[in-house]
Design a protein around this ligand. Structure first.
Ligand code: 5GP
Length: 214
């Protein structure tokens, strides 16, 4: 476990592939000031339209393995044959600087983050049904059939992990889902333990000034 409690909140969002999590979280960070999305490292090749340093930090497998060896990741996982990971130091630096961060990571990575930082708020996003997920995946993916079947089988297993999450949202309508996620973030920010320092000056105004007796 990493020591100390940083002032920023850490959220993880997991969902089966094609559940729409990236689109939803991209909109979430647009509507909520002070919330940023983390940029992961991956050993997979960039897809058309993806940019190094924007969508991911695209690095080679060797470089990724060297980073694993020097414990440079808060979490990492092998997802569909490629490495994915969240940089440890940059995440920690942003959290200790007071930024609220959201990681969009798979269920293996989410488990590791919760172990290292138990105060993490874990959110699982479900598509409306397995059939809808399959339709979305087939529409969006140019993967061969075998890869598609593998993703769908993984999705069947991944939903079992929902029990370990704090919140669950269903991605039926984009706007509604973004609104629900925003509600979770706002509620977490308002917890007494996180508001203590901010409310102290307000509480002080309720205290009787020294010397006044009535
Ligand atoms: P894609 O290749 O479609 O961008 O992502 C594939 C899967 O990897 C998704 O489930 C995504 O959430 C997951 N993923 C992306 N970044 C990370 C990361 O940093 N760590 C982990 N554990 N999973 C990640």
């Amino acid at each position: 476990m990493l020591s100390d409690t940083p002032s920023g909140l850490l959220f993880v969002v997991s969902a089966p592939s094609a559940a729409g999590k990236t689109t939803v979280v991209e909109q979430l960070v647009q509507v909520l000031p002070g919330l940023r999305m983390s940029r992961s490292y991956t050993s997979r090749a960039a897809r058309p339209g993806e940019e190094h340093g924007v969508d991911y930090n695209f690095i080679g497998r060797d470089e990724f393995e060297a980073m694993i060896a020097r414990d440079a990741f808060l979490e990492w996982a092998d997802v569909f044959g490629h490495y994915y990971g969240t940089g440890r130091d940059e995440t920690w630096a942003r959290l200790t600087a007071g930024e609220d961060l959201v990681l969009v990571i798979d269920v293996q990575g989410a488990r590791q983050v919760r172990e290292r930082l138990p105060q993490t708020v874990a959110i699982f996003m479900l598509p409306p049904s397995f059939e809808v997920l399959e339709q979305r995946l087939r529409k969006r993916s140019k993967d061969p059939e075998a890869a598609m079947v593998r993703r769908l089988e993984t999705a069947r297993r991944e939903v079992d992990a929902v029990e370990a999450y704090d919140y669950v949202v269903v991605n039926d309508l984009l706007e509604r889902c973004v609104g629900e996620l925003a509600g979770i973030v706002v509620a977490e920010r308002a917890r007494l333990v996180r508001r203590r320092a901010a409310i102290q000056p307000i509480i002080e105004t309720f205290r009787k000034p020294a010397g006044r007796t009535e």
